[in-house]
Design a protein around this ligand. Structure first.
Ligand SMILES: C[S@@+](CC[C@H](N)C(=O)[O-])C[C@H]1O[C@@H](n2cnc3c(N)ncnc32)[C@H](O)[C@@H]1O
Length: 199
């Protein structure tokens, strides 16, 4: 199914979906932190749905998506960039209800949708194991907090993709990824604007 995505390029979307499909063989659920309108989430839901048709019931995967549904938070000093001046607190605002409706209209299973700021997420808001994580929170603290909540839950063979790693308008993303990778001795691969981190 071809969904229009105004936040993620077509090549990036293809890479996200191909990687998610590879992660179907890994135990654990899919998560997206920073779902906005759900463009990428809809595609991930389709991957999960197709896989669950043939998977034994106890291997069925779930998709968990997260957003403030209040738009972007305030920037921190690490996000400062002339190119990124249009990314302001409150931008990218959509309601949880609207996102849920999109899944219903598409005839796709509604994911577990959590409305919270990432730094308010509790252990029980996340799956026990994660095989694929897409982090797309745009700002330094948003990506740092996303890593914080998924760390310890990533399955061996799982993958984290972080959007905007190579985006001069959002320099905080690269800082958060590099800090985290050096702390956990990981080497991110680059694809378009994205960082791909394998477990
Ligand atoms: C670029 S959009 C996500 C686009 C989406 N992943 C897609 O592929 O269409 C960024 C989203 O992250 C959310 N966000 C950013 N920082 C957040 C935070 N700290 N806590 C919760 N949501 C956050 C914003 O509300 C916004 O909806």
């Amino acid at each position: 199914m071809a969904w229009r995505n105004d936040q993620v390029s077509q090549l990036e979307t293809q890479k996200i979906i191909a990687t998610a499909k590879e992660c179907l063989a890994v135990a654990g659920d899919f998560v997206e932190l920073g779902c906005y309108k759900g463009d990428t989430s809809l595609l991930l839901a389709e991957v999960v749905q197709e896989s669950n048709i043939t998977a034994p019931r106890d291997c069925a995967k779930k998709l968990w998506i997260y957003d403030s549904f209040e738009g972007l938070p305030e920037k921190s000093a690490q996000d400062s960039s002339v190119l990124g001046r249009d990314f302001q607190a409150g931008e990218l605002l959509v309601s949880k209800k609207e996102v849920k409706q999109r899944f219903l209209r598409a005839g796709l299973p509604v994911p577990i949708i959590t409305k919270k700021w990432f730094d308010e997420l509790q252990d029980e808001d996340l799956p026990e194991k994660i095989s694929f994580a897409f982090l797309d929170g745009d700002f330094y603290e948003s990506i740092r907090d996303s890593f914080h909540v998924i760390e310890g839950k990533m399955a061996d063979g799982g993958v984290i993709i972080v959007h905007d790693y190579c985006n001069a308008a959002l320099p905080g993303v690269e800082k958060a990824v590099n800090e985290w990778c050096s702390m956990y001795n990981k080497q991110p691969a680059r694809y378009q604007t994205m960082a791909i981190i394998k477990y």
